[in-house]
Design a protein around this ligand. Structure first.
Ligand SMILES: Cc1cc2nc3c(=O)[nH]c(=O)nc-3n(C[C@H](O)[C@H](O)[C@H](O)COP(=O)(O)OP(=O)(O)OC[C@H]3O[C@@H](n4cnc5c(N)ncnc54)[C@H](O)[C@@H]3O)c2cc1C
Length: 371
């Protein structure tokens, strides 16, 4: 039997960021991960650290996302110092491109709504016309009639981020249990016991951060995480010289030069197959946005599953029945890595979630169905 200060179940971006943050708080942690047989959004995402479209109708989510984006530069610098891994974070601002009047109107209305909802916190954005955008984005296609810009947005290499979080966690004395599926967790006073292979580990704190696996694990500890899969597909071009100075919602150039094109949203259950019709839509819209993309070869493409809560907002809870057990789920685990490592982990270490996270409790789903 091995005893730890905290056990984190799930070694994707959410669990790893929390485990890294806990280790930095001085907790001796265990990070247990199912491995390559699992659905892993953390290995198939688009890499945006994205703020501008997050939290329409939910200003608390806008604030949490912004705080996370603000934590990102510090987290990236800290990971570089501690692990030698650059996570390629850049925050040049970001653009959402609109290809029709209807899209532009909808976007403009959404951005203004978000500004109104932000209250004293504020939300700075600019709506730009084609000419202004063309000055910012070389080779912009005539089909783009306008778009929105905020300075809050950025992007990063999310695979390097995952690698750095794991390396940093282990370097701080954390113990990583790969290829280990948790199927049982038991609560005793002041102690949680988690069965792993033919062994057991224990800790006074446990964080369920197993992505889609949380739907099954959460009820074991009096929690609720009704997340569902949502498929997204991504295409990547061959490397080109750096052309794009900033990411857009669906097109971004990596530090290495490849251009990532994304990203669809399909509710098709646990299906990770690629759908050529959807890939075609992604490619067509990308070429309309930047016609020069037509000359680049697509070298990779994949589909992956987002971890989607019913209303699209993160889920954070501490179990009322078993204090010390926490859940963490979200569909923007790259963006929220700064908050998870630097803000959420210290809350777990202190034993209480900040009341500012109350609106993210899964209790919001306990509304009785209308008669
Ligand atoms: C196509 C696509 C594009 C995306 N683009 C972006 C983006 O641009 N920006 C952004 O911020 N986010 C983006 N995301 C979302 C982001 O990738 C996810 O929010 C994030 O990866 C979720 O991390 P996670 O750790 O919760 O889940 P996962 O990455 O799914 O990891 C869960 C982990 O839990 C483990 N696990 C599951 N069950 C168990 C168990 N029973 N026992 C032990 N371990 C278990 C699995 O092995 C897995 O490693 C995108 C996602 C997709 C699919």
């Amino acid at each position: 039997m091995k005893h730890f200060d905290a056990i984190v179940i799930g070694g994707g971006l959410v669990g790893s960021a929390i485990a890294y943050g806990l280790a930095r708080e001085g907790l001796r942690g265990a990070l247990v991960d199912e491995g390559d047989v699992a659905y892993r959004a953390s290995r198939g995402n688009f890499g945006l650290v994205w703020v501008q479209s997050k939290g329409d109708g939910a200003p608390h989510y806008q604030r949490w996302t912004r705080r996370s984006a603000d934590e990102w530069p510090g987290l990236a610098a800290d990971l570089l110092t501690r692990t030698g891994i650059s996570v390629g974070h850049e925050r040049p601002g970001g653009v959402h491109l609109c290809l029709s009047e209807a899209e532009l109107e909808e976007r403009s209305a959404r951005m203004e709504r978000m500004r109104e909802q932000s209250g004293n916190y504020g939300f700075e954005y600019r709506m730009l016309d084609h000419r202004e955008l063309a000055d910012m984005l070389p080779g912009l296609g005539p089909a783009v009639i306008g778009g929105s810009f905020t300075a809050y947005d950025g992007h990063a290499n999310s695979l390097n981020l995952l690698h750095a979080l794991h390396k940093g966690f282990v370097a701080r004395g954390g113990r990583y249990f790969p290829n280990t599926t948790v199927t049982e967790a038991q609560a005793a006073p002041g102690e949680f016991r988690v069965a792993i292979d033919n062994d057991e580990i224990s800790a006074p704190k446990v964080v369920l951060a197993a992505g889609l696996g949380n739907a099954i694990l959460a009820p074991l500890l009096g929690l609720n995480a009704p997340v569902r899969p949502q498929k997204g597909q991504i295409l990547v071009t061959e490397r080109a010289r750096r052309v794009l100075p900033m990411p857009t919602t669906t097109i971004r150039q990596t530090v290495e030069g490849g251009i990532m094109l994304g990203d669809s949203q399909e509710d098709v259950g646990f299906d990770t197959s690629q759908n050529p019709a959807v890939m075609q839509v992604i490619a067509r819209r990308s070429v309309l946005s930047f016609p020069w993309l037509r000359d680049l070869q697509i070298v990779r493409a994949w589909a992956a599953l987002r971890v989607m809560p019913p209303d699209g907002l993160p889920i954070y809870d501490q179990s009322e029945r078993f204090p010390g057990a926490f859940t963490a789920n979200c569909h923007s685990g790259v963006t929220l890595a700064g908050a998870h490592a630097n803000l959420f982990a210290p809350m777990v270490a202190s034993g209480a979630l900040n009341p500012a996270l109350d609106p993210f409790s899964a209790r919001r789903f306990d509304v009785p169905a209308a008669a």
